[in-house]
Design a protein. Structure first.
Length: 121
């Protein structure tokens, strides 16, 4: 996926091929970044929409994923730990943007919302 807004390319790789895509000490990614002149991110595909969305938000820890169907389509609600909220959103919302675009493309999920884990009192 081309993300001109954040000057990056996002690749979805087959399950179990993340290490191969990144390369030893990130060599494959570095080489591709030099050739293409853009930042590169890699997300591991999963046939399970829940696991795929968890992969989209790494390294943020996803606590739970819930789905509901609305008039606009299927919506995913992603729950993350309070301390991971900033990581999950990303600078200028780039991580939530990535998750929304990839979820639509890979699993026909029309929207992704982010909620934080309730703090225990």
């Amino acid at each position: 996926m081309i993300d001109d807004r954040n000057n990056r390319l996002i690749f979805v790789v087959n399950p179990g091929e993340m290490g191969l895509a990144i390369g030893k000490k990130g060599a494959s990614i570095k080489k591709a970044m030099e050739v293409m002149g853009k930042k590169i991110e890699v997300v591991e595909y999963s046939p399970s929409p829940e696991q795929f969305l968890k992969n989209c938000f790494l390294p943020a820890q996803v606590v739970a994923v819930g789905f509901e169907t609305e008039d606009e389509g299927r919506v995913a609600h992603i729950e993350v730990r309070q301390e991971d909220r900033g990581i999950a959103i990303g600078k200028e919302g780039k991580n939530i943007f990535k998750a929304k675009k990839l979820a639509l493309r890979q699993h026909s999920i029309s929207d992704v919302t982010l909620v934080t884990e309730e703090e225990e009192t």
